[in-house]
Write a protein that binds this ligand. Structure first.
Ligand SMILES: Nc1ncnc2c1ncn2[C@@H]1O[C@H](COP(=O)(O)OP(=O)(O)OP(=O)(O)O)[C@@H](O)[C@H]1O
Ligand SMILES: [Mg+2]
Length: 608
């Protein structure tokens, strides 16, 4: 767990793009809309249902008002029947139709949203795992995770609820205003001189509140990162007795969240009070005026009732817009972030397993030709500076050198996790670019410096090297890797679940599982990045034997710290500060009195 983790330029608050509802943003969102198109028919039907049910809903106030007028023996509108029974029955029929339509609408919208969101989730995940390594070195796992969960949930919410609600309110608003005019021009003119002023104030207010709530969200996201990182590095936290430090860091973050949230709440409270008092106050004023019109027989009581109901509809619709608008804005922001991932260029790997099958068999000849490399995230530091070496098919080539010399970087380049800025890697006499990426990775296996096992059973972890492996093959590989005995010693054997990071297994055991995995893969080229952690001599012997077994019949690149393990290598490449300073066989290198290899060997064993 790095101390400087908050110095990274990826603070959540900085990367949350402003989600203005402008034309450019909406155009970008179209990229997501294509995920709706397979479900277009259902979506449009849902919209139609929604539109219909809102429209039908507008008939209710008219019918209720007509009932009151009918009870008083008055009849105001020709298009509404005067018979109470007929009016009542019509109202019930309308309610029934509305209930039916609402059911269909909800069912359809949820189906469309769930299915299209699953498609987006799937594609985002596919894209994410096919992105080049460099993408991951610049980002935090937690942040990427939240794009898959929080951002997509926001989009889903908007699709299922907000969009529908906005449509409904829009119909109620426009229909309501038209009907208000039909009922009483005088009253409506009064209403409409009051409302727009308030709408403008409400919108400005809403904008301000949204800014505050975004700040609170960012802060919260930041405190979540603290939790995630401490849990990931929990052993570090404990080992350094830094619980108090982490707790105070989290606490400080939380306090800030609360402060910002409370400030937001204050303004939101004022906003709601404003809506209640002014907006609904306006309606009360209008009713007041309306009642005086009834008193002077300019309106009937039934029409006034109808009128009031419509006014409530219109007021309610206006009041609901700031929230709806904020929700849509959030969804636009979320879409932008998701699209950012979807628009990245991934590596040429297919999500259909068969399509990644090996097309060109590798013989196992590998050479580095004047390779110059700097990590894309730290361009100014040249890690490899003109590295050249050759490993012919079947040879063992060792790479030794001080820590930080660039040995693991060479392994990453062979796997084509990164491309060199200059020079090239040559497989079987051809530049690596001439091979499909998957052909190279499929025929290289790495036993890494730090073996990370997936949460799952030991069997699954070994089978990761060849997903189609049979039970016999798995056991055979484990035996050859000297892993079978300790696995069989577990009560659950191959079904033993290893923790998220294989915590239940020792370093040597994990290594042997990684070796079994590599054996199953049966690669043309093998990379061993030897762990620095020293094993006891018995485990070392077991691991060494397993490695010897693994290295048979293939090209091996051995990154070694313990020089005793590489005496037999065909060639030893000595790397220092990204340059090859020496190369040759063990004996040849020892001849060089001034050589780094001789010096390193002297440190490790007697060479007299
Ligand atoms: N993902 C990365 N992004 C940026 N720089 C990196 C990255 N990985 C390694 N480096 C830098 O590249 C240099 C070489 O690192 P590398 O891991 O290849 O060393 P190494 O020879 O394997 O060392 P060790 O023997 O300790 O494993 C180091 O200075 C390291 O800080
Ligand atoms: Mg290394």
């Amino acid at each position: 767990m790095a101390r400087g983790r908050f110095n990274s330029s990826n603070k959540p608050s900085e990367e949350l793009p402003k989600a203005k509802l402008n034309r450019e943003n909406l155009r970008k969102i179209r990229g997501l809309l294509k995920y709706l198109s397979p479900y277009k028919a259902k979506f449009i039907t849902g919209m139609l249902f929604l539109f219909l049910s809102s429209l039908v809903g507008l008939a209710m106030p008219a019918l209720l008002g007509a009932m009151i007028d009918a009870a008083e023996g008055k009849h105001k509108f020709n298009f509404i029947p005067s018979n109470l029974t007929i009016i009542g029955t019509t109202a019930f029929i309308i309610l029934f139709v509305q209930a039916f339509i609402s059911f269909g609408r909800i069912r359809l919208f949820v189906e469309v949203a769930e299915k299209s969101l699953a498609d987006i989730r799937r594609n985002t995940y596919f894209k994410l795992i096919s992105l080049p390594m460099n993408f991951f070195s610049n980002r935090r796992v937690g942040e990427l995770n939240s794009r898959l969960s929080a951002d997509l949930s926001q989009i889903q919410d908007t699709l299922t609820t907000t969009l529908a609600e906005a449509t409904r309110q829009l119909v109620l608003l426009t229909g309501g205003i038209v009907l208000l005019f039909v009922l009483s021009v005088k009253l409506t003119l009064l209403l409409l001189t009051l409302l727009p002023v308030m709408i403008v104030i409400a919108l400005l207010f809403g904008k301000f509140i949204r800014k505050l709530s975004r700040q609170a969200q960012d802060k919260l996201a930041e405190s979540n990162t603290v939790v995630e990182e401490t849990l990931q590095g929990i052993s570090n936290v404990k080992a350094f007795v830094n619980e108090a430090y982490e707790a105070s860091r989290y606490d400080k973050n939380l306090r800030e969240v609360v402060t910002i949230a409370l400030r937001g709440a204050t303004y939101r409270g004022v906003f709601v009070s404003f809506i209640i008092f002014c907006l609904f106050g306006a309606i009360v004023g209008v009713i007041w005026y309306g009642s005086s019109l009834v008193m002077h027989h300019e309106l009937s009581a039934g029409v006034l009732t109808t009128y009031i109901l419509y006014a409530v509809f219109v007021g309610g619709a206006m009041g609901s817009f700031p929230d709806l608008y904020a929700n849509i804005q959030k969804a636009v922001g979320a879409s932008e972030r998701v699209l950012e991932i979807l628009d990245e260029v991934g590596e040429p790997v297919s999500m259909v397993r068969e399509e990644n099958a090996i097309r060109n068999k590798l013989q196992g000849n590998l050479s580095f030709s004047d390779v110059m490399f700097a990590y894309p995230s730290r361009k100014e530091i040249t890690v490899l500076n003109g590295v050249s070496f050759t490993a012919n098919a079947g040879e063992k080539v060792a790479i030794v050198g001080p820590s930080g010399a660039g040995k693991s970087t060479i392994a990453s380049l062979i796997l084509r996790f990164y491309e060199p800025q200059q020079g090239s890697l040559i497989f079987d006499g051809k530049p690596s670019a001439e091979f499909p990426l998957t052909d190279i990775r499929n025929q290289i296996a790495i036993v890494p410096q730090d073996v990370l096992l997936f949460g799952g059973t030991i069997r699954e972890n070994i089978a990761y090297g060849k997903l189609s492996a049979s039970e016999e093959e798995i056991i055979q590989a484990a035996k050859r890797a000297n892993a079978h005995n300790f696995i069989a010693g577990f009560p659950e054997g191959y079904d033993t679940v290893v923790g998220e990071r294989g915590v239940k297994l020792s370093g040597g055991q994990r290594q042997r599982i990684a070796i079994a995995r590599a054996l199953l893969k049966d690669p043309a080229i093998l990379i061993l990045d030897e762990a620095t952690s020293s094993l006891d001599s018995e485990s070392e012997r077991l691991v060494q034997e397993a490695l010897e077994e693994l290295m048979k019949n293939r090209t091996s690149i051995i990154i070694a710290h313990r020089l005793s393990t590489i005496r037999e290598a065909n060639r030893i490449v000595v790397l220092e500060k990204g340059r090859v300073v020496e190369s040759g066989s063990h004996q040849e290198l020892l001849q060089n009195e001034e050589g780094l290899y001789r010096y390193l060997s002297q440190l490790q064993f007697d060479v007299s």
